[in-house]
Design a protein around this ligand. Structure first.
Ligand code: ADP
Length: 757
């Protein structure tokens, strides 16, 4: 495998992520390492260059005291008592002279880790500039502090940090490098000599700093490479002893991949200081030098202190900024929630609050996703696409989810999304409200990479090891199909919105339950009144009818000159008959609203057959054909109610029909576009005819009590109570009713029966 084109799928940049860089089995050549067991302080390993420091190679197993003084050993024992992983500088003198090659004793840094005590020795020559540094350090740090403090913007702070670190450390280039959430980073502040190219603003891919390195940056906050050209020195270990873990070491040899990376950049020596915020790697202060450069322990310590101070300023500044934005948004959120809570109509006030909601999370548009369909505000995709997004982003009850690229994450074509690209989903899972979807528009931005990040992978002969990038030539990329990232503050405010809405919805549900209970009571009262009134009225009416009938019979015998009286008597008879019809209609309506529903599984064709008998006791006329198309199986409903409902609709379908052949279809099917509260498609029942149809301006009125669209004697007469009864029955079953009709084209009455399962 010779070329990147032939990369197998399994080979990727995570190879670098698996490199065990904490156990390189070598150190950089400017230091010397001795490793002792922590329990007995016996030598278990040393760097190969130990004879540059001592007269002869020490032997494995020999005690610390054979190389170091008693005072040194006592200091070391102190280190062992203290917390692990802390590097302490210990004065080496006085040493047994014979063992050491150099005149003045070396400087030692000591730490314990992983069951080993590591002593790292540094040449005393490096000490010379220390005096100056150490003398001026307090003043230097104080000045840096003041300069950090006086910066007004965060950008100014980045540059000041770079300037100060460059001043103290003397590196050619110092960069403040910031990590982004996706892992890549950018140079946000820089101090560099005039003769060098500037890197400010350049982005570096996540793979440039692999995971093991990031892990080590959290443990060991300052790392330096004295000379990338210098050969590392191997560590020799006692037979059977595992390799020495150099996570905290000052001289840890650098991964060959990193050395090559630096060489490709033309860098000879480097140092980096970690910027850590709440145990997370915020970024680095990265220093490059184009000549070899070795820092003494003291110089490193000075840089580390400066880095720590800078990190404190940086993270504090960012936190202040974040807290300010959070508290501003929170107070706006609280006032919006108060407005909605105080409003008379929850749904309307929520819609009216759309713009404020968007401002709270810095979105360009919002979809309020009701179960019946979304209400959109601002820049959003079309309703159908929003519903599709809601399907995948609002189904979880777990909490918020966000995406910067619906194209990548939801696989949606950008042409379907209008200008939107990112979504922040706030699921609510209320019975009628699924949640809120906030949208962010596309954010086209040009990113300047230090070299093409795609070319980071190059497979070598062995086919596994990946080499670092060869080219750092500025490479610009236009980032498309993405929105700006949702920040931590956006997500936190999103959570607040969710909490606030859940509370409001809870309150609204309680209010609705109260109103419903009141309405039910009023309805019951009304039904009882209508029932009692119509029931009681029927008796005197029957008497009146009877008497009018007798009167008419007697009148027939009277002479013709009393014709007028006879006509009046006849008309009284007709009117009382009509009144009787109306009272009966009222009674039927009152009955439909009273009593408990007895829900049972009903077979549609059986109920239709019974309804037909109800309508045509003496047999269905030949010219009327009733077809049943049952696509759902049993329907859950109250038998008497369903029969009453069907008989009204079928009777109307036959009655309002001029055709020689009357065709009526009663159909049941499930509406897969809708969902009941139980999450299943509701049953739809349809009664369709080929009759005279209904003019569109009458459609709304026909369901009202005693509303007719024809003269009372046209089409066989009627009271106008039938459809009011039908509607009442449907509502009692928790459903809806609607009609599709036009004059001359027949009618189709459709209704849902939510009680079905
Ligand atoms: P009615 O007793 O008058 O039939 P309904 O309440 O059943 O009262 O119907 C109200 C009105 O709706 C009717 O007067 C009629 O004009 C119209 N209507 C009802 N069903 C149909 C239908 N299938 N075709 C045409 N018009 C209808």
């Amino acid at each position: 495998m010779n070329s990147a084109d032939e990369l197998p799928e399994t080979v990727d940049l995570s190879n670098c992520d698996r490199e065990p860089i904490h156990i390189p089995d070598a150190i950089q050549s400017h230091g010397c390492l001795l490793a002792y067991s922590t329990d007995e302080l016996r030598l278990i390993g040393y760097s190969d260059n130990v004879t540059d420091w001592l007269e002869s190679s020490p032997s494995f197993g020999e005690p610390l005291s054979s190389t170091f003084s008693d005072r040194f050993e006592a200091e070391v024992r102190n280190v062992l008592q203290g917390p692990k992983g802390i590097v302490r500088h210990v004065v080496c003198e006085p040493l047994p002279d014979a063992a050491w090659k150099m005149h003045s004793p070396p400087v030692a840094a000591v730490h314990a880790h992983d069951g080993r005590l590591l002593i790292e020795l540094e040449s005393p020559e490096l000490r010379s500039p220390d005096v100056e540094i150490l003398n001026s350090l307090p003043l230097r740090l104080n000045l840096a502090n003041q300069r950090f403090q006086s910066t007004r913007t965060v950008e100014e702070l980045y540059t000041t940090i770079a300037d100060e670190v460059r001043d103290v450390s003397g590196y050619d280039r110092v960069m403040v490098y910031r990590f982004f959430e996706e892992g890549h980073g950018a140079v946000v502040g820089e101090a560099v000599g005039d003769r060098f190219e500037r890197f400010l603003g350049l982005h570096y891919p996540a793979t440039d700093i692999p995971q093991p390195a990031r892990r080590l940056y959290l443990l060991n906050t300052v790392r330096s490479i004295a000379d990338v050209e210098a050969e590392p020195v191997a560590i020799r270990c006692e037979a059977g002893s595992p390799p020495v873990d150099l996570s905290y070491s000052c001289f840890r040899a650098v991964s060959p991949i990193h050395v090559e990376y630096l060489k490709n950049m033309g860098v000879r020596a480097s140092m980096s200081i970690s910027i850590i915020d709440e145990a997370q790697l915020w970024g680095l202060i990265a220093c490059h030098h184009y000549e070899p450069r070795t820092l003494s322990f003291q110089e490193r310590a000075a840089c580390e202190m400066l880095g720590l101070t800078a990190a404190t300023y940086l993270t504090a500044r960012e936190r202040d900024h974040r807290n300010e934005s959070l508290s501003q948004r929170r107070s706006k959120h609280a006032s919006l929630m108060r407005d909605i809570a105080g409003a008379e109509h929850f749904n309307e006030s929520l819609t009216e609050g759309s713009e404020t909601l968007c401002n709270l999370v810095d979105a360009d548009g919002v979809a309020i996703c009701w179960r019946g369909g979304p209400i959109l505000w601002g820049d959003t995709p079309e309703a159908a696409v929003v519903s599709e997004i809601a399907e995948s982003y609002l189904k979880s009850n777990d909490g918020l989810s966000a995406s910067e690229s619906l194209v990548e994450d939801a696989g949606l074509e950008s042409s379907l999304l209008n200008s939107s690209r990112g979504v922040l989903a706030v699921p609510l899972s209320a019975p009628d409200l699924r949640g809120l979807l906030f949208f962010r528009n596309e954010y086209l931005c040009e990113v300047h990479w230090a070299g093409n990040p795609e070319k980071a992978a190059e497979v070598r002969e062995d086919g596994v090891r990946l080499s670092p990038r060869l080219s750092f030539e500025k490479w610009s990329e236009i980032v498309q199909d993405r929105s700006r990232q949702w920040s931590g503050v956006d997500l936190e405010v999103g959570e607040d919105i969710r909490g606030g809405m859940v509370e409001l919805l809870g309150r609204r549900a309680a209010q609705l339950a109260k109103i419903n209970a009141e309405l039910t009571r009023l309805n019951d009262d009304l039904d009882s009144f209508a029932y009692a009134a119509s029931h009681d009225l029927r008796e005197p009416l029957r008497g009146l009818n009877h008497n009018v009938f007798l009167l008419n019979e007697e009148m027939a015998e009277l002479p013709d000159d009393l014709k007028e009286v006879k006509q009046r008597c006849q008309s009284i008879g007709e009117l009382s008959g009509r009144m009787d019809e109306l009272v009966k209609g009222l009674l039927r309506l009152a009955r439909a609203g009273r009593g408990d529903l007895e829900l049972e599984n009903l077979d549609l064709s059986t109920v239709v057959d019974d309804a037909l008998i109800m309508i045509w006791e003496s047999g269905q006329p030949d010219h009327i054909a009733v077809e049943i198309d049952d696509q759902t199986g049993p329907i859950k409903a109250d038998y008497a109610c369903l029969r009453e409902l069907l008989s009204n609709l079928i009777a109307n379908a036959a009655k309002y029909n001029d055709n020689e052949k009357v065709r009526i279809t009663v159909r049941s099917h499930r509406d897969t576009n809708r969902r009941s509260e139980a999450g299943i498609p509701p049953v739809i029942i349809e009664v369709e005819d080929n009759g005279i149809g209904i003019a569109s301006d009458h459609v709304d009125r026909i369901f009202q009590l005693f509303r007719r669209t024809h003269a009372s004697d046209a089409y066989g007469g009627g009271t106008g109570a039938g459809l009011a009864i039908v509607k009442k029955i449907v509502q009692r079953h928790g459903g809806d009713i609607w009609v599709h009709s036009s004059p001359g084209a027949g009618s189709k009455f459709s209704m849902t029966l939510e009680a079905s399962d």
